[in-house]
Every structure is written in structure tokens, then in C-alpha cells.
Design a binder for this molecule. Structure first.
Ligand code: A2P
Length: 336
């Protein structure tokens, strides 16, 4: 059986990655519809050796598609997801727009695949934030075995998380600075080249950013456990692809480090690189593949139930495109 798939935001960074991932994972695509704004309608993108023309989403008849993979921004999803869902197209949405809606499943297949069962409520499924996905893929086996009371996390997030204009801004600023030319910033609030910026998304009244509060709320929703408290600081760094996270957790029960290593070695989607002196990094390990890498695993010397780890993954892949396509795979295997 084949499924007709619409990719909205097909010309964007994540959209292009979704198209590549559908091909790489041999998703049974019947017809592929590539959708974007009128700006890029008429462009051609390759899929399975064929050129497919990009269409303007405005006026597209979503009843032609079984599944819609949306990645064109929150306001675009707000407008088109209900239209697609009403036309019978199941939407897997990469934006934050629907994630907190109680009747929309928020899914990481390795963590809470069973929550997909509720997708018919709205015909919309939300893909979590990239930082939440890699953190929970790594923490789920530990949560299941020991319980987690508290998560303290600092992120080091790549510019690709902010889209193709953000990637261009880092490249341009770097070239300008290296050539003693003046540089300016438009996408990021401060210079990103050779700098780190402790702000992703806008600020909330409590002093945390929206990106940070996504990690708090999404973690509790995905684990189905509001007793897990999360204290994040999200930071943008001048890396093109791959988010890194320094995570400290307080477990409910004392942990056995060797057992945790075994859990992580057995966990789906996880690879532990933790020989003394070796650890994974975003660029040398994570960028370009779908794995969540864990390293620097060690007991917290300041807390009897504390555990530290370093987690890296490609934000455009497992953090976005791959997770969405995995949701689609679960959907067709079990529900469509
Ligand atoms: P377009 O190329 O037509 O602007 P990125 O996240 O890399 O910045 O990409 C954003 C994606 O979302 C692009 O494919 C972009 O298409 C698409 N997009 C942005 N705004 C709209 C809109 N109003 N309607 C449809 N697609 C949009």
C-alpha cells in the first residue's frame, strides 16, 4: 500500500531534509506534493530521481494527501493544519503551534509511541521541539528504571534550528569578520559568529525563554508525568548542524552507573561513546545521521542521586525530519 504525502515548507531546511528522509527510509510514498509559499512555487526538487514542482500551498486540495508533514512555521500551521485535517489528511506538525493542546498527541516514537492512538481527535500530531527530542530519547531508559525528579539542562544549539536564513547569517557574519568587513545581524538578536547567545525564541514573564519553557512543558506531556521538574537554559552557538546538551538529573532511586551504561547501550536510537577521553560532538558524530549520542556519563559528586551526561544529535534530522517520518511510519504500520 502506498500513501500520498504532502510536505509543507518543502523548500526550507527541515522540509528538504524530510524529502531526503522519506527517500532514504523508503517510506511508501505514492504521490508526493511539495508545498511552500508563492515565492518558491515553480521551483523543482528531486525525489527518487524525479523532478517535482513546488506548489503554492494557497488553494492546494489536501484531500489528495493521506499524510501532511508540516514545517513552514507556526502561523502557517495554524492556518493550514485544520484545513488539511478537515480534508482527511493526517497532519504531522513540526511547529510548536499545537504541541500543548491536550487533545493533540506529542510523539517521540522511542518514548511514547502509544500516545499516537489519539491522533483522530484532531487529525493532527505534533512533533516535539528538537532539544526535547534528543534529551528524552537519552533519558527515557533511565526514567523507566530509576524515576527522575528533576532535570537541569543547558543546551548548545545549532543555527540550523532557526532555518535557512539563520544558517546564511552565520556564514555571512563569519566571512565578513574574517575579511575585516562590517557585519550586521537580522535573524539573531546579537552577533552569532564567534559568540554564544543565551536567548532562543522570545522571553516569557518568568524570565525563561519560550524555547526553555517548551522543554519544560513538552517533557511533562511526553512522559505523562508532571512531577518531573525541568530547569533549562537554552543557548545558541555558532555551529551549523547538531545540538549539544549538558544534562544533570536527580533520579528517584540511587543509580548504578554500569547499569545505566547498559541501559543506554540497549536503548533504541541511542549510541554511548564514553571511553575515558572520548565523547561525541555535534559536528564530528551527530551531524548527518539519525542517532542520539551520549557521553561524559558520570555520577554527580555534589548529589547522591545525581547523574551527568552530554547528549548530541542532528537537530534537523532526529530533532525534526526523522522524528516526523518515524511518526508517519508508526501511523501507517498501526493506524492507516
Ligand atoms: P518559501 O521558500 O516559499 O519561503 P526555513 O525554516 O528553512 O526558513 O524554511 C521555511 C519554509 O516554510 C520554506 O519552505 C518556506 O517557503 C515555507 N514558508 C514560509 N512562509 C510560508 C507561507 N506563508 N506559506 C507557505 N510556506 C511558507
Amino acid at each position: 500500500q502506498k500513501f500520498n504525502v504532502a510536505v509543507l515548507g518543502a523548500t526550507g531546511l527541515v522540509g528538504r531534509q524530510i524529502i531526503e528522509t522519506l527517500e532514504d527510509r523508503k517510506f511508501p510514498v505514492g504521490e508526493l506534493f511539495l508545498l511552500a509559499s508563492s515565492r518558491s512555487a515553480g521551483e523543482e526538487i528531486q525525489f527518487r530521481g524525479e523532478s517535482i514542482e513546488v506548489l503554492d500551498v494557497e488553494g492546494f486540495d489536501f484531500s489528495q494527501a493521506h499524510i501532511g508533514l508540516f514545517s513552514a512555521g507556526g502561523n502557517v500551521s495554524e492556518k493550514y493544519a485544520p484545513i488539511a485535517a478537515d480534508a482527511g489528511c493526517v497532519v504531522i506538525d513540526n511547529t510548536s503551534h499545537f504541541r500543548n493542546d491536550f487533545d493533540v498527541p506529542l510523539v517521540i516514537p522511542e518514548v511514547n509511541a502509544s500516545s499516537l492512538a489519539d491522533f483522530r481527535n484532531r487529525n493532527i500530531i505534533a512533533n516535539p521541539n528538537c532539544s526535547t527530542i534528543q534529551m528524552l530519547v537519552a533519558l527515557k531508559p533511565i526514567y523507566d528504571a530509576y524515576g527522575i525528579d528533576r532535570i537541569n539542562v543547558s543546551t548548545y544549539q545549532a543555527v540550523s534550528g532557526a532555518g535557512k536564513e539563520a544558517v546564511d547569517e552565520l556564514a555571512k557574519q563569519t566571512a565578513n569578520l574574517m575579511n575585516a568587513r562590517p557585519m550586521d545581524n537580522a535573524v539573531f538578536p546579537k552577533q552569532i559568529a564567534f559568540n554564544v547567545i543565551p536567548q532562543i525564541d522570545t522571553f516569557e514573564d518568568n524570565g525563561y525563554t519560550r524555547e526553555e519553557m517548551k522543554m519544560v512543558n513538552e517533557t511533562q506531556k511526553i512522559l505523562g508525568d508532571t512531577s518531573v521538574v525541568v530547569n533549562p537554559t537554552c543557548v545558541r552557538v555558532p555551529v551549523f548542524f547538531g545540538h549539544s546538551e549538558a544534562i544533570n538529573i536527580e533520579t528517584r532511586m540511587p543509580v548504578d552507573l554500569e547499569h545505566v551504561k547498559q541501559l543506554l547501550n540497549d536503548a533504541p536510537g541511542v549510541e554511548l561513546i564514553d571511553d575515558l577521553g572520548d565523547y561525541p560532538t555535534a559536528v564530528s558524530d551527530a551531524s548527518g545521521n539519525d542517532t542520539v549520542y551520549v557521553g561524559r556519563l558520570r555520577a554527580d559528586i555534589s548529589h547522591p542521586h545525581g547523574l551527568n551526561m552530554w547528549v548530541v544529535s542532528d537537530n534537523t534530522r532526529k530533532g525534526a525530519a526523522t522524528n516526523s517520518v518515524q511518526i508517519a511510519e508508526e501511523l501507517i504500520a498501526n493506524y492507516l
